[in-house]
Write a protein that binds this ligand. Structure first.
Ligand code: NAP
Length: 283
């Protein structure tokens, strides 16, 4: 990769951020398309977020991804926010359009593309069991609601958070049935799983170092699709168990890939070289 006086700078704001896979993925994509662009990680502390967002304008940084802990708190420092990002309440992609900072949430489109391309799932008309009520769950709920899911059961360890999320989205999407359940209520978890066309794990459970959820997977129908947003390890216990039962199941690496592809397309207007980006993610 050659850096010239005209190289456009892209990057990611996070804290910590050195573990991010995004620099490898985006630099591989820039190189593959011969674009004079570079992508770097910026470790931005929360107290410095406003000044750092302002520096995007003064230093003509072309675009950034935003990750933990800044996805929500960056919004007041942007000029516009997409409909998806507004519904999620979080931004993961910013484009600097001639000094105008535009915020997007590509986790929404990334999740949808992962469903469609990896497990052939179209959420329209589906009944969904959604585990979790944090930031990732909000992006998945937005994607499912905007794409015509029929019924969504939000299941979370802290039931009040599930209830808050379900109530908020029910107000915006009256035609969809959205209910909240506690993870500790074994009967209701079992009936949510039994009635689901799609089971999505949006909790951190099952990540390397975090115990997996004990779920009654025997309640799942044989056609139920399973998507686990967790991507480290590459095959989570949930995905392995679902596959053993014969269910089609996938981990979250594809969502990571497609959210990156969508960011790339927003910034450059070029079609993202998905295969190259996928190879860069192989860890
Ligand atoms: P978050 O906002 O901190 O939310 C964490 C969620 O997990 C909450 O619902 C929390 O329940 C639940 N949880 C955590 N530990 C649990 C446990 N031991 N048992 C049961 N529930 C537990 O995090 P997030 O941003 O939503 O991220 C969640 C996961 O999604 C992470 O693993 C993240 O890496 C992954 N993710 C993947 C992608 C992708 O592209 N594939 C994108 C975004 C996120 P409480 O409310 O009860 O605390």
């Amino acid at each position: 990769m050659k850096i010239s006086g005209a190289t456009k700078v892209y990057g990611i704001f996070g804290h910590p951020v050195s573990h991010s896979f995004s620099p490898a993925m985006h630099n591989a994509a820039f190189e593959a398309l011969g674009l004079d662009c570079v992508y770097v990680a910026f470790d931005v502390q929360p107290k410095d977020l406003e000044a750092s967002a302002g520096a995007l304008r003064t230093m003509s940084v072309a675009g950034i991804n935003v990750t933990v802990p800044h996805k929500e708190s960056v919004i007041p420092f942007l000029d516009t926010v997409s409909q998806e990002a507004e519904l999620v309440g979080a931004v993961n992609t910013v484009k600097n359009d001639g000094g105008v900072l535009k915020g997007y949430n590509t986790d929404v489109g990334g999740f949808l593309r992962a469903l469609k391309e990896d497990i052939g799932c179209e959420p329209g008309g589906m009944r969904v069991a959604l585990l979790g009520a944090g930031g990732a769950a909000r992006a998945v709920l937005t994607a499912l609601c905007m794409n015509g899911a029929r019924e969504i059961n939000v299941i979370n360890r802290t039931v009040a958070k599930a209830q808050g999320l379900a109530d908020e989205f029910q107000n915006s999407f009256e035609q969809i049935v959205i209910n909240a359940h506690g993870l500790a209520n074994a009967d209701s978890v079992e009936s949510c799983l039994a009635g689901a066309d799609l089971l999505v794990n949006c909790t951190s459970a099952g990540m390397k170092g975090v115990e997996s959820l004990a779920l009654p997977l025997e309640a799942l129908g044989s056609e139920t699709l399973v998507y686990d947003l967790v991507y480290n390890p590459l095959e989570t216990e949930l995905v392995a168990a679902a596959r053993r039962r014969g269910n089609l199941a996938e981990t979250g690496l594809s969502m990571l890939l497609y959210q990156g592809a969508e960011s790339f397309e927003i910034w450059t207007g070029a079609r993202a070289p998905v295969e190259v980006m996928k190879q860069a993610l192989s860890f």
